[in-house]
Structure formats: structure tokens, C-alpha cells
Write a protein that binds this ligand. Structure first.
Ligand code: NI
Length: 176
């Protein structure tokens, strides 16, 4: 954990639209502090995930950190997982739509279709190869964050712009 809060780039910044490069030297101290700073920035922003391109670093690093929220009260509480060079494989054909937001797209929520169950291969921060399966909310976070590595944000994934709403209207939906 770090007290550093990095500036989070917002929609319109061209760095959010780049394709991130694979990490080659994970043991480098800069990589370890990047991971700590990403976790710190995510936690201070009250996010459940963040990707390196959101802080202007074009490397394949994402942080995933599910916790219960108003909309997902049964979401698992988990310590932040750093995924380096992640590769997602959908498991099954089931696609579900649900609301997403993003630190880089403040004030907006969108209804985004995602695979319900995925497998993800990645290296952890110690350089060990991992393969894990996630479903539902956590699978959604992983897919959202990995999209950032390809230069996509969630508003690219909505089926119609009518499924984009403001944060205020979103809160009316979940707290009627
Ligand atoms: Ni995002």
C-alpha cells in the first residue's frame, strides 16, 4: 500500500486509447512501486479496480479488488490482486448485462454486456504464473480492467447510448 495518489486520466486523454505493452521486468523496483501506487490510488478513489493506462503508464498491469457495494451487496471482499500481462478466456457463452462505472469516466454509468464466467492467466507481482476463474461481479471487473489495456473504456461496450446514464440517475435506480 502506498499513500501516493496518482492522477487518473479522464476520457479524451489519448493515453487511455493506447494499447499497453507487456511487462518484461517485473522484479524491477519501479514495477513494484507502480503496483503499490495503483493500489493506493484505487483505494483512495474508492474504486474496485484500476489499470496502468489510467495513470498514463502503457504497461499491462491491472488491479482487481472486489468488495461489497450497494448494488452488489454479496460481492466478495478480497485483497487487491495485481495481474500482470493478463489474458482472458471466456468460459461458456453466457453474457450478462450490468451497470459499470470508471474512474476515468466520472459521472457516467453504462449497462455493459460481459461474459459471466472467465478464466484469466496472468503473472502475480512476484512473477508467478497464475490461472484463476472468476464469475459475476469479479469477472466483470477483470474484463473492464483488461479492456483498458487495449485502449477501450466501458462506454465503447454499451449496446446503445440509451444505456448510458448519469451517476445521479444511477443512484435513484439502486436506492429507489
Ligand atoms: Ni475503468
Amino acid at each position: 500500500m502506498s499513500d501516493i495518489q496518482l492522477e487518473v486520466l479522464e476520457l479524451g486523454n489519448p493515453k487511455l486509447r493506447q494499447t499497453a505493452r507487456p511487462v518484461e521486468d517485473l522484479a524491477h523496483s519501479d514495477m513494484q512501486s507502480l503496483i503499490d501506487d495503483l493500489i493506493g490510488t484505487m483505494e483512495q478513489s474508492n474504486g474496485v479496480g484500476i489499470a496502468a493506462p489510467q495513470v498514463g503508464v502503457d504497461l499491462q498491469v491491472v488491479i482487481v479488488a472486489s468488495r461489497p457495494t450497494l448494488r452488489y451487496p454479496h460481492a466478495p471482499q478480497m485483497d487487491p490482486i495485481a495481474m500482470i500481462n493478463p489474458q482472458i478466456t471466456p468460459i461458456g457463452a453466457e453474457v450478462v448485462k450490468d451497470w459499470e462505472g470508471c474512474l476515468s469516466v466520472p459521472g457516467i454509468r453504462g449497462l455493459v454486456p460481459r461474459s459471466r464466467v472467465i478464466s484469466v492467466e496472468y503473472q502475480d507481482r512476484d512473477g508467478n504464473n497464475q490461472q484463476r476463474t472468476f464469475q459475476d461481479f469479479v469477472a466483470r471487473i477483470v474484463q473492464h480492467e483488461c479492456d483498458h489495456l487495449q485502449g477501450y473504456v466501458f462506454i465503447d461496450r454499451v449496446e446503445t447510448t440509451r444505456e448510458l446514464i448519469t451517476e445521479n440517475e444511477y443512484h435513484k435506480l439502486i436506492i429507489p
